[in-house]
Write a protein that binds this ligand. Sequence first.
Ligand code: C2E
Ligand code: MG
Ligand code: MG
Length: 573
Amino acid sequence: MATGIGVLAREALMVEARQTCELLEAMFRRRADLASVVVADSGRLGLVMRGAFDQTMSGPYGYGRALWGPRPVAMAADWSPLRLSANTTVAAASHLLRTRAEQHRYDDILVDLDGGGIGTVSAARLFDALANEFADRAIRDELTGLVNRAHFLDLLVAACGSADFGGDRVVVVFLDLDGMKRINDSRGHQAGDLVLANVGRQLREAARPGEVAARLGGDEFAVLSRIPRQVAAEPTALELGRRYLLAIAARDGRHDPAVHPYASVGVAVSGQRSDPQTLVSEADMAMYRAKQGGGNQVELAVGVEAGLGWDLEAVDRTVAQAVQYGELRMHYQPIVRIADRAVVSVEALVRWQHPTMGLISPGRFLPGARRGGHLPLLDRWVLQQACTDLVERTARLGAAAPPRVNVNLSPPTLAGDFDGLVVSTLQRSGLRPDRLRLELPEDADLQTLAGAGPRLERLIAHGVGVTLDDMGAGSTSLRYLSTLTIHGIKIDQAFVAGLLHNPRDHTVVKLLTDLGHGLGLHVTAEGVETAEQLSALAALGVGYAQGYHLAAPQPLDALCSTLAVTAGGHGRP
Ligand code: C2E
Ligand code: MG
Ligand code: MG
């Protein structure tokens, strides 16, 4: 993307060809900044360079001024200066200048400006711009204008070095375009290049201050960023990956949808020590998993979890202690009726305020808790806390309190006598049964589900709501639909994420919605992150939504004060 020399030009000072050299000398004396003047003579243009003119006037042997003073400037001018249009590239102009006769090699260039005027560009300015262009070309990918591979690796090494001191984490996002081969094969390489250039622009526009987007080669791109020490690394890194995935998936109408690529994205975060090579290959491997999983998705490097292995062991041993020491915290996320944005419920999502590791998300400690057999204990604590929280909030806020609460139950809990637990917890807390809704996990096996059926029916008869979580993510919960009198289903966020750009995801969402409605169930979409997703869901007839676009999970205090929670309980549990 070479620029023309027009931007380097300054407006020329024009003098008449008949004007005397004496007058020009006086003019130069008054204007110390003037390096040259342009001489106009009925249509043709000449150039007088200050240096050469000074020499003429002062030499030889002091007679120059006497001889030249009264002569017209026309005689001192070069009548064949280098004259170029404003869009001549810096490289071309430099070449033409360098190949001129030796005495003119450092003269100014005349430039025909776009507006019709005449400008000049000094040789120094031009060669300086050329040097900058070369320096820039060494670090930039020509097709996309992004940073190139070599420079990206340089920046990564520097980032890892400095992060080691500050305790920050370095993140590498590795993006590989899906479908580029198809585009190149069917449309030709020129179309392929256009697609790559467009992706480059999308990545550049998506980059926030401190983030560097690069083209590593072919259809591989990468982003480098940092996560401050005090911020939770994994969710932030995943969020970063998703942002760039969406940036590539976004369509702006300027381009043919048939040649629109998607990306497989892998994200890696530096661990205790930051090794640039490992980081890139971990992100690459995660990208590969994303591609194998069907593409158009983000995967976090396993190395990240492996790097935290020691911490997870600690977590594993002490999740029961977390309950004992009061380190668990409830966050709540609103579930909203799309039609009028009324909050119909809040989902209770547990977090662990770890004394040394900070606030940990369930994705990181649930697997350990499961291995350690602590999930029933955890679920019991959450159930109790969620019911108590809602009763307490209702006592304070009345109708302005959230109408219901959704509580997740894990498979091991479903395998036990959880119905007795739920009923006694409701009694102890004083929460009306129809204000509690249980979310059944997707990953429970069929045997557990079958065994839990009668207990669930008992709770349903008692007034408790039951919803199937993460519908579509697996297959087991479909069985529930025909055997249990449940109230609702939640469409897994993976389908919502692909809704706008993946026709298959769109079809699955539609199918689940129709299925839900056919069975008289409430249909909730999870993971709604944009207004566009929300309106697409509304168009499909989805009644309820949950996601960052509406509100993030947060402590109940914050939720109640930031959201004007709508009074009263509209909608069924
Ligand atoms: P889930 O029940 O499907 O919960 C929804 C998850 O999606 C939550 O993650 C929530 O924070 C996240 N989320 C909400 N809005 C968005 C969005 O717009 N975009 C994206 N990408 N994600 C969004 P969280 O809190 O990390 O919980 C993860 C999973 O852990 C839950 O999935 C649930 O299966 C389990 N879990 C969470 N809390 C509990 C609990 O108290 N008990 C049990 N048994 N499981 C829990
Ligand atoms: Mg849930
Ligand atoms: Mg869910």
